[in-house]
Ligand binder design. Structure first.
Ligand code: SF4
Length: 386
């Protein structure tokens, strides 16, 4: 019998999947008290710039008059939970004055466990925040320390308890696997702990060593030895099997929702070519076939804004073949798979049959649906399909 099962029985309907065609709004908060040694995000800005950044983001928002209503607002980072209640209130009410938002807009704020207090949670909730994404990464003390997080395992537990009891519509926990020396048992222990809090959503990312980070330098010097691909695959399969067994839907390679209605509406837009607007340093936007991105450096971002310029660093117009490739790439990562009618030229029936026989995909109603094995090879699957 194949080691891999189907990632799902068949994709849930659009109505039950928390998906719409309305655009999403992202705000990038480029501040962190300290840098985690694996992180290559735009996150090192000096926290004394928060008020300037806040004014900058609202100014940037006014540069997009006539934007369509949004149905998701995702305040990510960096560490948005460094914003105190007044700053968060200014951001959210400012965006509400400038833009229109649909009823029941999904409003997510990313939080670090060390910033979680009951007062802050109450304040965020009173501002309309209805979804918290908590960056726990691990419940094992040595792992949290290895990752250079600002919280410890006990703080992580208290933070999740506080968020779970704060009355938000949904909360999600971010976890990380594939750490040097991590055992299957230790990882499963973290998953079990996370599930014990009944989260609505879990994101489980494999630790990657890339970019300009201390971990990359340590790996180059032989001070960091990552698990091999076979063990990473075991961890991935363990994750999927455990969480689907606990009632989660494995709807994207790294993402699990406790039921179709708990899929992260905002993130899905990135994989579906639904338009989104990004504000703040390094934020990316997409509409039609155009993608554009802001300058990464917070000081340069503010200079640009205060000079009256849109702080865009670069843009690209996707050709038909690039759109094709992205549809294949995104479809290989998600439960919705690939509609063969969207691919020009469509893959041959023989190719599809071979991939079905090898256990990478299933084929239903003209959709190519990745299996768990397909998810595992999601980066290579598009080339196999073409
Ligand atoms: S808290 Fe998040 S954004 Fe900040 S350095 Fe750590 S991983 Fe990066």
């Amino acid at each position: 019998m194949s080691r891999y099962r189907k990632a799902h029985s068949s994709p849930p309907s659009r109505q039950t999947m928390n998906r719409t065609d309305l655009p999403g709004l992202y705000v990038h908060t480029p501040f962190c008290k300290t840098r985690c040694p694996y992180c290559d995000f735009c996150s090192g800005a000096d926290a004394s710039l928060i008020d300037g950044w806040l004014n900058g983001v609202l100014r940037e928002a006014r540069m997009y008059p006539g934007a369509r209503p949004f149905d998701s607002l995702y305040i990510g980072g960096g560490t948005p939970s460094l914003l105190d209640g007044l700053q968060m209130a200014k951001l959210i009410s400012g965006l509400n004055e400038i833009f229109r938002f649909a009823d029941a807009t999904e409003l997510t704020v990313e939080m670090n466990p060390d910033d979680v207090t009951r007062e802050k949670l109450e304040c965020y909730r009173s501002l309309g925040v209805n979804r918290i994404s908590l960056g726990v990464q691990s419940f094992v003390e040595e792992e949290v320390r290895f990752l250079g997080r600002r919280h410890n395992a006990l703080q992580a537990i208290s933070a999740v308890e506080a968020v779970a009891g704060a009355g938000f519509r949904e909360f999600s926990i971010d976890l990380m696997y594939g750490l040097p020396g991590q055992t299957i048992e230790a990882w499963q222990g973290t998953l079990e702990k996370a599930v014990s809090f009944s989260p609505d959503h879990l994101s489980c990312y494999q630790l990657t060593v890339e970019g300009n980070t201390p971990f990359v330098r340590m790996a180059r010097e032989g001070k960091l030895v990552m698990p091999d691909d076979a063990f990473q695959a075991d961890l991935f399969v363990t994750t999927s099997e455990y969480l689907t067994g606990a009632g989660f839907l494995h709807y994207e390679v790294s993402n699990f929702a406790h039921g179709a209605g708990k899929v992260a509406r905002h993130n899905v837009k990135y994989w579906q070519h639904t338009p989104y607007l990004g504000l703040g340093p390094s934020a990316h936007s997409f509409a039609g076939r155009k993608r554009w991105w802001n300058v990464r450096d917070a000081a340069r971002y503010l200079e640009s804004i205060h000079g009256g310029h849109v702080p865009v660093e670069g843009s690209e117009e996707l050709s038909s073949s690039q759109m094709n490739l992205e549809k294949l790439l995104f479809g290989s990562r998600t439960i919705w798979g690939i509609n063969v009618r969207d691919i020009v030229p469509p893959p041959s029936e023989e190719r599809i049959r071979e991939l079905c026989d090898s256990g990478y995909i299933t084929y239903e109603s003209r959709r190519i649906l990745p299996t768990l094995k397909g998810y595992l090879f999601a980066d290579k699957l598009p080339l196999m399909i073409l």
